[in-house]
Design a protein. Structure first.
Lengths: 427, 158, 490
């Protein structure tokens, strides 16, 4: 397959990258201005490094000429550019580290997109991936440690690096589901289309799926990582729906979710606490409801046009603003106008992924692309919805915007897979 | 307004205008792409010009001779259900072969199948793609297909 | 692509994603714009504190432009300064700490004018819309408005000093329109010390934050005879020419003895003016009984009993016995000001102003001007609060009150006054449970065409004539001369 690859000009990507670069350069400018100085090269260095990484990826794609999607990379440059500008004053101590993670993530994205490995391995070793993901989470349960702000044990340390295995589990399970469901899609769809003599309920074919999936959900629930559990459930449900094409599946899944929620609420204290705080965070504004209340106040401080980048006060008042609550800071500093645009870019990222799924060449690639994009969208909806009190607050990261190496890396790998699928390579 | 206020206001305006310009450009690109995809679909779906593989000898696949499979830019052939063209014939491997469109030509590549892939009576070397043209006779195991495209018309159309 | 089911699924998923993001944007609109002001105003919003520390809070000025309160910045640290501590009961104080439920603290006026005109001082009202928008976009610190009060800082200081370290209140109002010129309440607090949290907690036992002029309710004593007098004159139960033979009398009202024990030795016969000047309880008890319960209560209401004037600092309701059936002894003692009547010093100043003016109790007001701003929205209510009596009745009452100063117990008010200073007034000595009586004085000056009215109360101070009247005379004299100079300077 590696024969006859010729350079192919990527005009759309170039244009969009230039547009996104302008934003990445302007965004960090107000901070040194406010500090009373001039905007120097050192202030723009992080943005320039980031842009450099994307230009390198652009050139790589151009010369390989495999025709990767030209919209994804600029969207990611936009989001990471904003993220980087925010990190300079939301978490100045961690900003350089975050830049390093981002560059590493861009590299990982390019690697996944073009590296000469056989993507069919993803499909072939589906159970290996699923079990590896579950094992990682299991190990975390035993040997993990709480995050810097306390809370559940979600982190695994290896040497000096620490990462969140639940992030890895997310992408591994999407791969597993895509492989598993694409093999059985005909069986799943059979009854609805009315072909053939199949009368066995499709659920029989879902048994391995149920085992793998139930195990990971249970692990996450025991671990207290409700956000990740909710995310995984939503991803599985939408992928099952896509593979079967049956609305009934989705409805059934929602009913099961409702029942599960009731049971969890009954037996797991943290679910009760979260639900109560969702219904009335002002019942304990200085204690358990503190984050939720402060997040809303942060959003409220933004108004229509925001305070301006670098002028927000969220870093002083809102714990975890650079990770779980980065959207509140965006709403404060960019206002409704900017936050809506950022949300729109997030939505476009997911929609572009679905577009790639539509043109994907194999059923596995289709489901994988759809699953990865849906995962990005659902993750955004869960954390932004939690911030805005639309749903109970569960701490997960906002893809490409939140601080956090594992999240950035996993999101970038998702994007890399989408890019690879968009080349039409057989998977 | 002080100089600082002017600079900050300028930065904010540029940022907001930049964000929306970016958003509009992406939306425009995505829409044009969707429209193009729509046109492509409209012109290829069920159209007599669709590249296809017409069944000449169905083997034990249960398909009738004369029916055809549509050929996409990447079309895999095999016994497994996740292939584009699923042929349930014992002489066909789980993942048998793939037809690809590259550089305005069609290529056929064998995936190392047990019973081989043949073009015009010549067996392909596994993993080495070869160009196929409209009217070529393709054989996978014991199943034979005729590859048909309307390449001339399509090129005129674009 | 050969899978239409998948294509439909993808399209539906895409629609769901678009809808979900639209909801997210809607929620951002809701919290970020619709509910934003409410969130920003919450006392537990730390942003409010940070924002408030940047506010250039407006200054509070007296009627001559003297600064009563202003904010000074030491770098980014604001401090509120109060150059005239005697004005504390009016100006109030502003604090960074004392918020109801505020844990992080917020700055706001916590009493007096600082609280009453907080919006104007913070710059939340009265600013041109262009400036407001520019301020928001550029994140400029709020610039508050200066406000000018009707208060006269010099007069306030005089009254404060005249009252001395005793517990009590002095209120001076403009007769014509009810503008408050001085409003002293002691003991009081130092607003600067309060903000710096330096107040000795033992001082708090004296209730320095309690504004006795507006919220203290006291029996008015004989000063209430002015109301009985006005009622009796207006209702024809008494005439200026009437002669009373009450000097030695002790009259029993259903067994309740009332004696006239304030008249000078040997004077047993006097006219109505002197019955008032000698503060003869028998005469006024009889007048009260002649009026009867209903009319007496009606006249009480005309002078504002059961109510309080609208005033930015708030005023306690003056009251009369909540008991629906007042018996005869109660009616008799209420008529000479003991009984169940309770009033605030501010209220009594308005009663005096009614006699000094056209018979109406004016609405007291404090806010004179907000320079450079259209400020009607925050202006105090002005005009007539109560139509108490006709102008002719008021004229008769005024003359009798002048007589009271010339010939009666109130003459102590004139001791030490300069030649040519004239005034009218009435003393009061109200029995107080468990202590010396409250000393009262209400009055006005000059005697003819009065411009200012006063009420003085010294809690447990003793005789009104001995204690309250000299304070009133001193303050009134200063008030008249200050009013003249203020009038000339305008």
């Amino acid at each position: 397959m590696s024969t006859r690859l010729t350079p192919r000009f990527r005009g759309t990507e170039l244009l969009l990258l230039i547009s996104a670069s302008a934003i990445a350069i302007v965004a960090p400018a107000p901070l040194p201005l406010r500090a009373g100085g001039r905007v120097g090269v050192s202030d723009l260095a992080p943005a320039l490094v980031l842009i450099g990484a994307f230009v390198a990826v652009h050139l790589l794609f151009t010369f390989r000429g495999r025709g990767e999607d030209e919209v994804l990379a600029p969207l990611i440059l936009f989001l990471t550019g904003i993220s980087l500008a925010l990190s300079r004053h939301l978490a100045p101590d961690l900003a350089d580290r975050q830049l390093a993670w981002t560059i590493l993530a861009v590299g990982a994205m390019a690697f996944v997109a073009i590296a000469p490995f056989d993507p069919r391995l993803l499909r072939r070793y589906r159970y290996t991936w699923a079990i590896a993901g579950i094992l990682l989470v299991g190990v975390t349960l035993v040997a993990g440690r709480p995050g810097p702000l306390g809370g559940p044990r979600l982190w695994l340390s290896l040497g000096g690096l620490s990462f969140q295995p639940s992030e890895a589990l997310k992408i591994l399970l999407v791969v597993f589901l895509a492989a598993y469901l694409s093999e059985r899609r005909e069986l799943l769809a059979e009854r609805q289309l009315g072909f053939g003599p199949f009368s066995a309920p499709p659920f029989a074919y879902l048994a391995p799926l149920g085992v793998v999936f139930g195990a990971s959900l249970a692990l996450l629930a025991v671990q207290g990582d409700l956000g990740a559990a909710l995310l995984l459930y939503a991803i599985a449900l939408s992928m099952l729906y896509l593979a079967s094409g049956r609305s009934g599946t989705a409805a059934l899944g929602l009913v099961a979710f409702a029942l599960g929620a009731v049971v969890l609420h009954r037996y797991i204290p943290i679910v009760q606490v979260r639900t109560a705080l969702w219904l009335d965070p002002w019942s304990d504004p200085q204690g358990l409801g503190f984050q939720s209340v402060q997040a809303l106040m942060t959003v409220g401080a933004g108004g229509v046009i925001g305070t301006g980048l670098g002028a927000g006060l969220a870093a002083d008042y809102l714990p975890a603003v650079h990770t779980d609550f980065v959207f509140a800071a965006i709403a404060e500093e960019l206002g409704l106008a900017g936050a809506s645009a950022v949300l729109a870019v997030c939505a476009l990222l997911a929609l572009r992924g679905l577009r790639i799924a539509l043109s994907a060449t194999t059923p596995f690639a289709r489901l994988l692309a759809a699953g990865l994009s849906t995962a990005l969208a659902i993750q955004t909806v869960i954390i932004v919805g939690g911030t805005l009190r639309l749903i109970p607050l569960t701490g997960i990261t906002l893809p490409f915007l939140s601080h956090g190496g594992s999240s950035m890396l996993v999101s970038a790998i998702s994007a890399g897979l989408l890019l690879r699928i968009s080349t039409g390579e057989s998977m | 307004m002080s100089a600082l206020e002017t600079q900050l206001l300028f930065a904010r305006t540029v940022l907001l205008v930049g964000i929306y310009t970016f958003l509009a450009t992406v939306a425009l690109v995505a829409l044009r792409d969707l429209r193009a995809a729509g046109r492509e679909t409209a012109s290829s779906e069920g159209n007599s010009e669709t590249p296809r593989a017409v069944i000449l000898s169905p083997g034990e696949s249960g398909r009738a001779a004369g029916t055809w499979f549509p050929i996409r830019d990447v079309t895999s052939i095999g016994r497994e259900l996740d292939n584009e063209i699923v042929v349930q014939d014992p002489t066909i491997s789980a993942r048998h072969a793939v037809i690809l469109r590259r550089d305005a030509a069609w290529w056929l590549e064998d995936f190392g199948s047990t019973n081989g892939t043949w073009v015009g009576g010549r067996r392909l070397e596994s993993g080495v793609p070869e160009v196929v043209r409209s009217g070529d006779l393709l054989q996978f195991g014991s199943v034979r297909l005729r590859f048909v495209t309307a390449e001339v018309d399509r090129e005129r159309a674009t | 692509m050969s899978d239409p089911v998948f294509r439909v699924g993808i399209l539906r998923l895409a629609l769901a994603i678009v809808a979900a993001y639209a909801v997210l944007i809607g929620a951002t609109l809701y919290w970020g714009v619709v509910r934003a002001d409410e969130l920003a105003g919450r006392a537990d919003n730390p942003r409010r504190y940070a924002e408030d520390r940047r506010i250039r809070r407006g200054a509070i000025l007296d009627r001559s432009g003297r600064v009563l309160a202003r904010t000074e910045f030491d770098g980014e640290d604001p401090t509120r300064r109060y150059p005239f501590p005697s004005t504390a009961p009016v100006v109030g104080f502003q604090t960074w700490r004392y918020g109801a439920g505020a844990v992080v603290g917020a700055s706001y006026g916590a009493g007096g004018a600082e609280a009453a005109y907080d919006d104007a001082l913070r710059g939340d009202v009265g600013r041109p819309i262009r400036e407001v928008i520019a301020g928001r976009i550029l994140a400029r610190p709020h610039v508050g408005n200066d406000i000018v009060l009707t208060l006269d800082a010099e007069l306030q200081s005089e009254a404060f000093d005249a009252l001395g370290p005793r517990e009590g209140a002095v209120v001076v109002v403009d007769v014509e329109d009810g503008a408050v010129r001085a409003l002293v309440s002691r003991p009081t607090f130092d607003p600067t010390a309060l903000d710096l949290d330096q107040t000795d907690s033992s001082d708090l036992d004296l209730q320095p934050l309690f504004n006795r002029a507006t919220h203290g309710l006291y029996p008015p004593g004989s000063t209430w005879k002015m109301v009985t007098l006005a009622a009796a004159l207006a209702e024809g139960e008494a005439h200026t020419a009437d002669i009373f033979d009450d000097g030695d009398a002790v009259e029993y009202f259903e067994g309740f003895p009332v004696a006239c024990d304030n008249n000078p030795e040997g004077v047993t016969q006097f006219d109505l003016a002197h019955a008032f000047a000698y503060s003869c309880n028998v005469t006024f008890a009889r007048l009260g009984v002649a009026l009867g319960r209903e009319r007496f209560e009606e006249w009480g209401e005309r002078f504002g009993l059961g109510d309080a004037p609208p005033f930015p600092l708030g005023v306690a309701d003056a009251s009369i016995s909540q008991d629906s059936s007042i018996d005869l002894p109660e009616l008799a003692s209420a008529a000479f000001g003991q009984g169940e009547v309770l009033v605030t010093p501010l209220h009594m100043a308005l009663v005096a102003a009614a006699a000094a003016g056209d018979g109406n109790l004016p609405t007291p007001y404090l806010l004179d001007d907000v320079p450079g701003v259209r400020w009607r929205r925050i202006a105090d209510e002005r005009g007539t609060w109560r139509k108490a009596m006709s102008a002719s009745t008021a004229e008769e009452v005024r003359r009798i009150m002048v007589t009271s100063v010339l010939d009666g117990w109130a003459r102590t008010a004139l001791f030490g006054r300069s030649e040519g200073f004239t005034m009218g007034g009435k003393t009061g000595t109200a029995e107080a449970p468990g202590g010396a009586p409250h000393a009262w004085f209400i009055g006005f000056a000059p005697a003819e065409q009065p411009v200012v009215a006063i009420a003085v109360l010294v809690v447990n101070g003793g005789e009104g004539g001995a204690v309250a009247a000299p304070i009133a005379g001193h303050v009134l004299e200063r008030a008249v001369s200050l009013d003249q100079s203020a009038g000339e300077s305008r």
